[in-house]
Design a binder for this molecule. Sequence first.
Ligand SMILES: *Cc1c(COP(=O)(O)O)cnc(C)c1O
Length: 380
Amino acid sequence: MTYRIPFNKPFIAGNEMAYIAQAVERGQLSGDGTFTHQCHAWLEQNLTCRMALLTHSGTAALEMAAMLADIQPGDEVIMPSFTFVSTANAFVLRGAMPVFVDIRPDTMNLDETLIKGAITPKTKAIVPVHYAGVPCEMDVILDLAKRHNTWVIEDAAQALLSTYHGRALGTLGDLGCISFHETKNIISGEGGALLINRTDCKERAEIIREKGTNRKRFLRGDVDKYTWVDIGSSYLPSELTAAFLLAQFEKADAIIRRRCQICDRYGQGLQDLVRRNLVTLPFSSSETGSNGHMYYLVTRSSEERNALMAHLRQQGILAVFHYVPLHSSPAGQRYGRTGSAMTHTDHISACLVRLPVYYEMTDSETDQVIESILKFYSNP
Ligand SMILES: *Cc1c(COP(=O)(O)O)cnc(C)c1O
């Protein structure tokens, strides 16, 4: 079924096709060519981080982070249950146990006041997920991590160019993971990046990303042969992906500004429903430093949420929900455990509905979604 207003629409920002053609002409399609290096430099400058490495997905960046933190079987990793499966899978692949903590009902982020109660002697890492690009309470989380000697790995998949007290998300913890999947703000189809904020991880990160070999050091002339030195896998994206991504980076400010405008328009248009206590809405991007990644509303019940989604679908508008909480999923029950009550996680996953947001969405399209929602709530 095609929708008059889809949920998401991949877009060309400007130079994508020209850069892909250049990559083909240069004759290097495998990873770590000129375009990849330009993407690394862009991330390091614009986010202010020590080292950025492109990966073929946000999931791959999370897997690399789990290896870098030396996660071992039996270790515990604290994370929200209200997140995408990759947050947990990356650590389960290393034999660790995800310990799920509830979210705050205002930001949908890990409730920082519940983390302490979930820490045990086995806790090796805390993984804050910046939901919708809205920052977690990083000061509290970083302080807890310091006192309990754990890693902080930010799942900043949705949070490129969001800020917390003026600093880019993904650069506050030890490691940060970004996604460029076509549903995110800045896209390359599939794609991601690992941000490395500790000098003592830089060399090992290059090795893990290059199949566990010291190829990077060999290419720099630091060692005279190239060999297998550690665990690792193939995490490099192709130059075609990097070429596409660089063109998106060039328009990043405009893309994020536009998405924030769309979110603000939803916020204004739906305010009346908040006054009537029918729904709750997210904070505006100017209140949180978020990047306009997502707009959602929370209904009073799951029946109402499902009826609203069906109503929008009838009008040709695709609205979606997520996540099936990890603690209630089959794999989450097998591999993880809860570290707190899950009151808000259960409620939000039953009542949250995401509205269409994409770079090329017009004001008129946004208004049509708003009107359809208002109409739904005008019928007694
Ligand atoms: C998108 C997303 C990921 C995974 O990124 P991919 O690039 O699709 O692998 C991980 N965590 C969160 C919170 C995400 O939204």
